[in-house]
Design a protein. Structure first.
Ligand SMILES: [Fe+2]
Ligand SMILES: [Fe+2]
Length: 731
């Protein structure tokens, strides 16, 4: 079981460390797609928007569509001048001719064109001038059908441009090929005039074209305000500040539609990671593997289970695996800050499942380290998670009821909030928070704007939800691991339980022994701060296997014949040792939780059944008796509580058989029993210390001595004679 759990845990941790990278490796996110997971910064990095967006911004600016307003006023005025000139020729002089000087003056006044006297005379004498001008006006009208702009600059590099018409109102996009500058329009006018009026003397045609050109004006006006707004909008789409991202900070939340900015931000984050040693795949993978192996070894030593088959391993590794899955789901599926990660649920679940302090502490440290590796991979994360989880562990020592979980919850929330604040306080930020005038309102607004206040709120909430999360997960662990939490253990200390009532009926001697053991166990457990409810439940069920053959056990024989007198030692040993397996069968059938059944299997450890082993050895020199036939199957006690039961069980039974119950005799008896088990290595697989064993010994000596103390002799007893004191007088 141990190698499987270790392998699963390492695999889950590595997946959690690289889930984001794996996702990005397989799927290249494009703008417009939805983010399948939340992308967070692996490492702290500065996102230089100007650098990242530079190319895109220039492209977007080059692609923005300029807008022109259709404004034919000036062009129409030009055409009107031509028409007026033609009309003026028609009414002046004879045959539509005008005097040269008058014509030159008219042209200068209305067209702004200076003609030489020769040109003016030539034009004045040209017989078809009116027709020529009408032809030029027709050419001009056809050119003005085009979109004519003043300057070419705004159309440079554009494929299309928009024209907004006032009447009927609307905007139409045209390819830039349909736009002409005034210069181009004039060139076109000249070319067409030459083409159409090829027979006209160029000395006549040139001034006429000059006149027409002077009236050619742009019919489109560049909309400065609207175009500036469009350019500003494009620039805003690609901002140019430098933003600092911390480890674990959200780059793009799950299910968000990815924008160009998100794409560039994620790419920049990836690039920053590639140059960072702490993000190295091999470094993190190696750290996870080594940490897990060291942790497993430490757990084995603390729980005394080198074989790795212990329940403690299953519980601790299961909690760790679930913790990594929860943390990863939190990081990948939500956009909540890393401070909100409810790390403290790990120690709380372990405490509620009745785990001892040291193993729970080591698992807590492991969970905090892995949480830091998954979420931030920096020293702040590690310190934050370590302190948060250790706080929860230290404040969860005396939990007996659900309401008592408020204490570790509140303590963890408060400590988390303080830490988040301390990580986020920078002098510069503080200075900005304090306005020049110490107005309380402004001060409050300034402080509320500080991000560390928000971080502290999330951190406090993360600490507070750890307890509800632990309580919510508890039934899952109870079901999956077959153990009972401290909240449900009381149900198994009810003497009305059918199995215990059956024990009372079928093996009353064993029942009495059980009750006596329970009293002594309570005293011993109190002496070392062990889990009293769990131990009491274990005591009640530890000998239920004796119900199958109660008569074979001394406490049920009530002074009658001993059936073992007629049996071979091996046969007797088999019957006695079998009460362990029978107890497990009865317990499993009645769905007794596994952590209570552990007391059934461990209360005799791998001890030798001495009386029958001695009997076999004394059969003679040819005896073929083997030590293994007289040993209990074990395992050895795996917890302090199981160790206490092993000691108390033997002390209670032995104390009934010795005649002297003076303190010295009781002390010798308790010492003998405990030393024998220590020498036999029965406590090698549990976390009970020598100092704790000494305290258990002292408590038991006091309790047994008190239980068998001498009482004042009643008068009727004196009359009957001291030799006939009833048994209870000595109990
Ligand atoms: Fe037993
Ligand atoms: Fe017992």
């Amino acid at each position: 079981m141990k190698p499987i759990l270790i392998t699963v845990y390492i695999a889950v941790c590595l997946f959690a460390c690289y889930a984001q990278n794996i996702n990005l490796g397989f799927f290249h996110l494009k703008p417009g797609e939805r983010a399948p997971i939340t992308f967070r910064a692996d490492r702290p990095f500065a996102f230089d928007q100007a650098k990242a967006f530079g190319g895109k911004r220039n492209l977007a600016l080059s692609q923005y569509v300029p807008l022109y307003m259709y404004s034919p006023g000036e062009a129409d005025s030009g055409r009107k001048k031509m028409a007026d000139f033609i009309a003026a020729l028609a009414v002046s002089g004879s045959g539509g001719r005008m005097d040269g000087a008058v014509l030159a003056s008219y042209v200068r006044k209305y067209f702004g064109v200076d003609l030489t006297p020769d040109q003016a005379d030539l034009l004045a004498q040209f017989p078809g001038l009116k027709n020529l001008l009408e032809g030029m006006l027709a050419i001009e009208n056809s050119i003005l059908e085009m979109k004519i702009v003043k300057e070419p600059g705004h159309l440079k590099g554009k494929a299309t441009a928009e024209v907004r018409y006032p009447e009927p109102m609307g905007t139409v996009a045209y390819p830039c090929g349909r736009f002409l500058t005034v210069k181009q329009a004039r060139e076109r006018l000249w070319r067409q005039a030459e083409k159409i009026f090829w027979q006209v003397d160029s000395k006549v045609l040139a001034p006429v074209v000059a006149l027409a050109s002077a009236t050619l004006a742009p019919n489109l006006i560049y909309d400065q305000k609207e175009n500036e707004r469009r350019i500003e909008e494009t620039i805003q789409r690609y901002p140019s500040s430098v933003i600092h991202f911390d480890s674990g900070q959200v780059l793009a939340p799950a299910r968000k539609t990815i924008t160009e900015e998100d794409e560039l931000l994620i790419a920049a984050s990836r690039k920053a990671v590639q140059t960072d040693f702490l993000a190295s795949v091999s470094w993190v993978a190696l750290a996870v593997i080594i940490l897990t192996l060291l942790y497993s070894e430490a757990l084995s030593k603390m729980t005394g289970m080198p074989s790795g088959s212990g329940r403690a391993h299953s519980i601790h590794f299961s909690v760790l695996i679930v913790s990594v899955l929860i943390f990863e789901a939190f990081l990948l599926l939500t956009s909540w800050p890393v401070n909100f990660l409810p790390i403290a649920f790990v120690p709380l679940v372990l405490v509620l499942l009745g785990q001892s302090f040291l193993p729970a502490a080591s698992t807590t440290l492991m969970a905090a380290t892995v949480a830091a590796l998954i979420s931030g991979r920096n020293i702040e994360s590690l310190i934050y998670f370590l302190i948060a989880s250790v706080t929860a562990l230290l404040f969860s020592g005396k939990i007996g009821k659900r309401s008592q979980l408020l204490v570790p919850s509140a303590a963890t929330g408060a400590v988390c909030a303080l830490m988040a604040m301390s990580f986020g306080v920078y002098w510069q930020g503080l200075r900005q928070a304090i306005p020049a005038t110490l107005d309380p309102g402004a001060l409050l607004v300034g402080i509320s704007n500080l991000s560390f206040i928000r971080d502290a709120g999330w951190a406090a909430a993360g600490g507070l939800i750890a307890a509800p999360l632990a309580v919510g997960l508890l039934p899952v662990f109870e079901f999956a691991l077959g153990v009972s939490s401290i909240f449900r253990i009381d149900a198994w200390t009810n003497l009305e339980h059918p199995i215990l009532k059956e024990l009372l009926n079928r093996a009353p001697g064993t029942y009495q022994h059980t009750m006596s053991v329970a009293g002594l166990a309570q005293v011993a457990a109190d002496a070392i701060g062990a889990n009293v409810p769990l131990l009491r439940a274990g005591v009640y069920f530890h000998d239920i296997g004796k119900m199958s053959d109660p008569g074979y056990f001394t406490e049920n024989q009530a002074g009658g014949p001993n059936p073992h007198d007629e049996l071979e030692a091996e046969h007797s040993a088999r019957i006695i040792i079998d009460h362990v397996n029978k107890g497990l069968l009865i317990g499993k059938k009645a769905r007794v939780p596994q952590n209570i059944l552990d007391f059934v299997s461990q209360h005799h450890g791998t001890l030798v059944l001495e009386c029958f082993w001695d009997k076999a050895k004394h059969r003679g020199p040819n005896t073929c008796a083997q030590d293994k036939d007289f040993r209990y199957p074990g395992p050895k006690p795996q917890s302090k509580e199981a160790a206490i039961l092993m000691i108390v069980d033997a002390v209670e039974a032995a104390s009934r058989t010795v005649p002297d119950h003076g303190r010295a005799a009781v002390e010798a008896l308790v010492r003998h029993i405990m030393e024998k088990r220590i020498d036999d290595g029965q406590f090698d697989q549990c976390d009970i210390t020598t100092e704790e064993l000494a305290r258990v010994r002292g408590a038991l000596i006091d309790a047994v001595s008190a239980a068998f103390h001498s009482r004042v002799v009643y008068p009727w007893q004196e009359e009957a004679g001291s030799d006939h004191l009833p048994a209870e007088g000595k109990n």
